[in-house]
Write a protein that binds this ligand. Structure first.
Ligand code: ADP
Ligand code: MG
Length: 252
């Protein structure tokens, strides 16, 4: 079953030059399908358009042309309330410091979306502890502030917050890129087991093919705003695009 579909999605940014203006094409006629429950990696060098795709899917920015469908319906319909979209699609960024309010406790951070989306829910505390357990933390973290957490723990809290609304899709935009290798491996393992339990679809944006290999079944490769290849077989012989082969060789 298709969960999300990008059809001929293009995003142009106007940039001012000394003489006049020009458009940067950040995403260029991208077609991409995400199947329900799969884990798709989006890899590519810096500036290839990966984060722009994340911002378009989450409606933080609007597309220049093309369309994005969630469960077959355009996410850009004006009559679609934003909260609906955000409940279904959550974004976890690399820099968790900006996503975690410095003056809020972990409990306040995680319960905020629950209060928004499930106003009748009374068992915030229990749910909060369950979510913390899911991401490998425990109840002792409830009263902590962001500055009392390690990098890996901050990312786990961001993931718990994203999971709190029971989204269909979570987009990770370089979410574990700034962690050390061991923390990355631990979080990937955790994400895998959460996916099995909760049936969530992942879009895992990374420049690191090794973490993509551990978490994802399919990999979409971006270069200069275009998806140049999608592969699922980790066999260099079967790769077609020279850029994918280059990426592959560098990751060995
Ligand atoms: P990636 O996440 O793969 O590193 P981005 O999606 O952030 O790439 O950026 C893709 C391209 O779009 C880059 O060339 C970048 O400079 C450009 N870009 C991104 N955001 C803006 C913006 N707000 N205004 C102008 N250009 C932008
Ligand atoms: Mg980026």
């Amino acid at each position: 079953m298709t969960l999300l579909e990008l059809q001929e999605v293009t995003k142009e940014y106007p940039v001012r030059l000394r003489k006049g203006k020009k458009n940067v094409i950040a995403v260029n006629q991208v077609n991409l399908i995400l199947h329900e429950g799969e884990s798709l990696a989006l890899v590519g060098e810096s500036g290839s358009g990966k984060s722009t795709i994340a911002r378009l899917i989450t409606n933080i920015e609007s597309i220049t042309s093309g369309q994005i469908l969630l469960d077959g319906k355009s996410i850009h319909r004006k009559d679609l309330k934003y909260y609906h979209l955000y409940k279904n699609i959550q974004l976890v960024l690399q820099d968790s410091a900006t996503s975690l309010h410095p003056k809020m406790t972990v409990q306040e951070i995680i319960t905020e979306p629950i209060r928004n989306f499930f106003p009748n829910e009374k068992n915030w505390n229990d749910i909060c502890v369950q979510l913390l357990t899911l991401v490998g933390l425990d109840a002792t973290f409830l009263t902590r502030y962001a500055h009392q957490l390690s990098g890996g723990q901050k990312q786990r809290v961001c993931m718990a917050k994203a999971l709190a609304v029971q989204p269909k899709l979570i987009i990770f935009d370089e979410s574990i890129a700034s962690l050390d290798r061991l923390s990355q491996i631990a979080i990937i393992k955790m994400l895998k087991s959460i996916q099995v339990q909760e049936q969530i679809t992942y879009l895992f944006i990374t420049h690191d093919l090794q973490s993509a290999k551990h978490l994802c079944n399919r990999v979409a490769v971006m270069q200069e705003g275009k998806i140049v290849e999608i592969f699922s077989d980790w066999d260099e012989e079967k790769l077609k695009h020279p850029y994918t082969k280059l990426l592959f060789r560098h990751s060995q």
